[in-house]
Design a binder for this molecule. Structure first.
Ligand code: SF4
Ligand code: SF4
Length: 366
């Protein structure tokens, strides 16, 4: 019997596969070993999903640059961190993790937690999805560190409720930048204290962040396979710094999401590509759900954004009063009441069509 893998393999991620270039050794060896998706990946690879957005040329010229070139900013943040020399080590007192979490929140995180890193938190083949460079054009050198500070950045509901329109893409890209800024700020700080630290950002991940955030106690994994935060739902993006500073770890939380998802399934019902399945699966000891990343990405290439309908659909995204969580946990009829109230207020999804000011066309002056 084939032994199940004990670590996440970054080569299998849809973005890693789409980054493969035909004719290279990496492309040939990957599809030789895993031929299953080759034809579908080849068809998707040349497509720029944004071009599918149904807007005119003037709109594209004016607003598309807002969602491009973020890697230039990310590279600058990573470069600044690399140039920061490691300081003389400063002893930190017991309880310092509370300071660090408060500092993360001061710089914009809505929640933070600590994980003691184990081997299986790390990707195998992280280089498959990382496109930033460390120095002199060289790829990053990976090093295992003992601790992760994981944090969440809240996304604006008014933007998310416009999904799958352009506002949703603006907000997710915005959240990726905020998360990188917080990570860079924390990592610079910890290096000055004498603890070698890197931050995770779009285009540079050593670890998958959903399992890490689950272990840090930031939320539970929902049917959408996203981390669902008890206060902000699916309306978050995740970041992390990996550091040599050893800190006491937090524990996963249980607010009854597994039972809630079984009775809700709104993300599954609203997903336009049927990518979300109600089939739980165990991934390295955590409960995830079966998910088709290829059909999901294909939908992006049809709607012209990263869709986000599943994020918008989640009742926790729209807000369930925090005190309700303990009341409904282990009480199916109470969960049903919460879902019925959500449906009465928002319908099957809290979609709003009217464009936000940020992309309104200019007014015609009298
Ligand atoms: S982003 Fe859209 S297509 Fe992808 S899983 Fe979510 S709802 Fe489905
Ligand atoms: S929409 Fe419902 S089923 Fe999907 S993750 Fe949220 S609570 Fe779970």
């Amino acid at each position: 019997m084939k032994t199940p893998p004990r670590r996440y393999d970054a080569r299998h991620l849809i973005f890693s596969r789409l980054a493969l270039q035909k004719g290279t050794e990496a492309y040939e060896s990957y599809y030789r070993e895993y031929p299953k998706h080759q034809a579908e990946d080849d068809a998707l690879r040349p497509l720029d999903f944004r071009q599918a957005l149904r807007v005119d040329k003037a709109f594209k010229a004016r607003f598309f640059p807002l969602t491009r070139q973020n890697h230039v900013l990310l590279q600058a943040l990573h470069d600044s961190l690399r140039q920061q020399p490691l300081g003389t080590q400063v002893d930190v007192p017991e309880g310092f993790e509370k300071n660090l979490k408060a500092i993360a929140k001061h710089y914009g995180a809505c929640d933070a937690g600590i994980v003691s890193l184990k081997e299986d938190h790390y990707y195998t083949h992280p280089e498959a999805m990382n496109t930033l460079l460390e120095k002199d054009g060289e790829p990053f050198v990976y090093k295992k560190r003992p601790t992760a500070l994981v944090y969440a950045v809240e996304m604006d509901r008014t933007f998310i409720n416009r999904a799958p329109h352009f506002e949703e893409l603006l907000e997710t890209e915005n959240a990726y930048l905020k998360m990188a800024f917080i990570g860079a700020r924390l990592a610079l700080y910890l290096k000055q204290l004498g603890y070698d630290t890197v931050f995770q950002s779009e285009a540079y991940y050593e670890t998958p962040l959903v399992p890490l955030a689950y272990d840090a106690g930031l939320g539970e994994i929902g049917m959408s396979n996203h981390l669902i935060h008890p206060r902000y739902g699916d309306r978050i993006r995740l970041g992390a710094v990996l550091t040599d500073l050893r800190l006491p770890a937090d524990a996963p939380i249980d607010f009854g999401l597994e039972d809630f998802c079984k009775r809700c399934a709104l993300c599954l019902m609203n997903c336009p590509s049927k990518s979300i399945k109600h089939q739980p699966r165990d991934v390295l000891g955590r409960r995830f759900y079966k998910f088709d990343d290829l059909t999901c990405y294909t939908m992006w290439t049809r709607c012209g954004t990263d869709c986000g309908t599943c994020i918008q659909s989640c009742p926790f995204t729209q807000g369930i009063p925090y005190e309700t969580l303990a009341w409904m946990k282990n009480h199916p009829s109470r969960i049903d009441t919460v879902i019925e109230n959500h449906l009465a207020q928002h319908g099957r999804r809290a979609y709003q069509k009217s464009p936000l000011d940020i992309i309104l066309k200019e007014e015609v002056k009298p």
